[in-house]
Design a protein around this ligand. Structure first.
Ligand code: GAP
Length: 511
């Protein structure tokens, strides 16, 4: 099976991905020994390396390889006035509904309904939670069957004209049809607005004067430091400020593993440009971000760039494109690329009383720059690269019989471990030789040494970790100083001089 192909329904695949992530130490539930904490996850040894590689690739692409972007690292706690000015204190809310039956809580705008409406009567409905109103074809086989059954039951009526199929299936409840609980079908309360920011207090007193919030995005720290960066780095518009770091949102319904969590990391750029050049820069960033995902091997068919409709767009935005990945649970946003105009700088100028305009020495013009914001989630990117790399195929066991294999076909840049080094057996000088090679390669790349268990089993453990190459020291090594190098994806083995193994790996990995 090719990279990313998944052998069964999305839900089963997701369950296997979550189980592999835990089993191999990529991601653990936060505070698991105490029953966990909803919406929070911990990265284990392999997960730390994977996430670091994703963040490094972002930093390399948007800061190191460009002349026009500088980095910033702001504190998570900021003056509450920042969140007043940005609009978060008053408007960073989600509509929340409760089920009167089972008491479950939902984000109102995530409840989707499908109806079969005949002559103004709902003769069938299905309620589910979803990020987007997807077409009926995306629904599970079970729901499709139930819908077909309902359609069949009313076929005679529809055909005889006694009942008109007025609106076969819609994604939103038509007027007059209530939305019901996806879990129990119970009645839902009306929507109430809920602010997603976590409150906290700075200093010993817990009063409104000492209250602030854990930042819900890294972006506002960039706007608040616009003047500092401009005056200290002598950089000129057009330029960008990049920041990655933790953000916190008290999500009503965290779900889908690490996709929607209450504590997560963002990778954000605020790119400041002259009004009038903003469309050009917006398209530049859409193209740049496409290139970044593609260069890290994300499969084209699992990635889409979806432009917002006018109704979806924030009131201050001129354009916005969501970068979406086809997870086993459906399409989900990885990144938003927005033209935010001069909204943020003007809002902070007004609230702080500071002049945040820019003077162009060459044209002698003064203006408030427009902002293009490519805002990505580090955890979501990690999850997307993990799902994209996940595949199941077959590998021969010690007797040459094909056995199911789980393998993570990560791009070499993202693989947590680049090479594993093994002695075939723990005798005849093989461990010493293998350790020597390991010590040599680990200075240049993330490497792993393993001498326990059958070599086939060691290969399979590395396949599950996504390690591109395994180097094995065997009997022949001791005679002619060559080793085998096994390729994770093709499972072929090549003999390479032990002295040239580092060059060989560096060439193949092209890090
Ligand atoms: N400054 C703009 C901003 O924060 P956003 O669409 O709210 O925009 C940007 O967030 C990115 O942050 C999202 O595309 C997503 O990757 C990530 N993100 C947002 N909320 C998240 C959550 N609850 N869990 C994980 N990642 C999240």
């Amino acid at each position: 099976m090719a990279k990313g192909q998944q052998g069964s329904s999305g839900q089963n695949t997701m369950e296997r991905i979550v189980s592999l992530a835990k089993r191999r130490g990529f991601v653990f539930q936060s505070s698991e020994i105490y029953g966990g904490l909803n919406g929070c996850w911990d990265y284990g040894p392999l997960g730390v390396e994977l996430k670091r590689n994703v963040k490094d690739a972002w930093y390399q692409g948007v800061v190191r390889e460009r002349d026009d972007i500088v980095p910033l690292d702001c504190s998570i706690l900021m003056n509450r006035a920042v969140w007043k000015a940005s609009g978060h204190e008053d408007c960073f809310t989600d509509p929340m509904v409760d089920c009167r039956g089972c008491k479950r809580r939902y984000r109102a705008d995530r409840i989707r309904m499908h109806y079969l409406v005949l002559d103004g009567q709902a003769v069938w409905h299905h309620s589910y939670e979803g990020e987007h109103a997807e077409g009926f074809v995306e629904l599970s086989k079970r729901v499709r069957k139930s819908y077909d059954h309902a359609l069949n039951e009313h076929k005679a009526q529809i055909e005889s004209g006694a009942a008109a199929e007025t609106d076969c299936v819609v994604s939103e409840a038509p007027d007059g049809f209530p939305r019901v609980c996806p879990e129990c079908g119970g009645e839902l309360t009306g929507a109430r607005m809920f602010n997603l920011m976590f409150k906290t207090f700075v200093g010993p007193s817990e009063d409104s004067a000492s209250m602030t919030y854990l930042r819900p995005e890294t972006a506002q720290g960039i706007f608040a430091n616009f003047l500092n960066v401009l005056n200290s780095s002598r950089i000129k518009v057009p330029f960008g400020i990049a920041q990655m770091g933790k953000s916190f949102r008290n999500e009503i319904t965290p779900r889908n593993f690490t996709f929607r969590t209450r504590e997560f990391e963002q990778m954000e750029i605020e790119f400041f440009c002259k009004p009038g050049t903003d469309d050009e820069w917006y398209h530049h960033w859409v193209a740049e971000r496409k290139r970044w995902y593609a260069e890290l091997g994300m499969r084209d068919e699992n990635l889409r760039f979806r432009e917002h409709t006018a109704e979806e767009m924030a009131h201050y935005a001129r354009a916005c494109t969501d970068v979406e990945y086809k997870f086993p649970f459906g399409w989900g946003e990885l990144e938003g690329i927005a033209n935010r105009t001069d909204f943020d700088l003007k809002a902070h100028a007004e609230h702080s009383g500071k002049d945040l305009s820019y003077f162009d020495d060459e044209t002698k013009e003064r203006y408030v720059p427009y902002v293009i914001e490519p805002s990505a989630g580090a955890d979501r990117s990690v999850l997307a690269f993990f799902c994209d790399a996940y595949c199941e195929d077959e590998a021969p066991d010690e007797k040459g019989n094909p056995q199911p294999r789980t393998v993570l076909k990560f791009h070499p840049k993202l693989a947590p471990i680049k090479v594993a080094v093994f002695p075939l057996v723990r005798k005849d000088g093989m461990p010493e030789k293998a350790r020597g090679i390991y010590d040599d390669v680990r200075r240049r790349m993330a490497a792993f040494y393993d001498e326990k268990g059958a070599v086939g089993r060691r290969y399979r453990r590395q396949d599950e970790a996504g390690t591109p190459f395994c180097v094995t020291v065997d009997g022949q090594t001791m005679a002619d100083d060559t080793v085998t190098v096994r390729d994770r994806d093709s499972m072929t083995q090549e003999r390479v001089p032990a002295a040239g193994v580092l060059d060989y790996l560096q060439n193949k990995l092209a890090l």
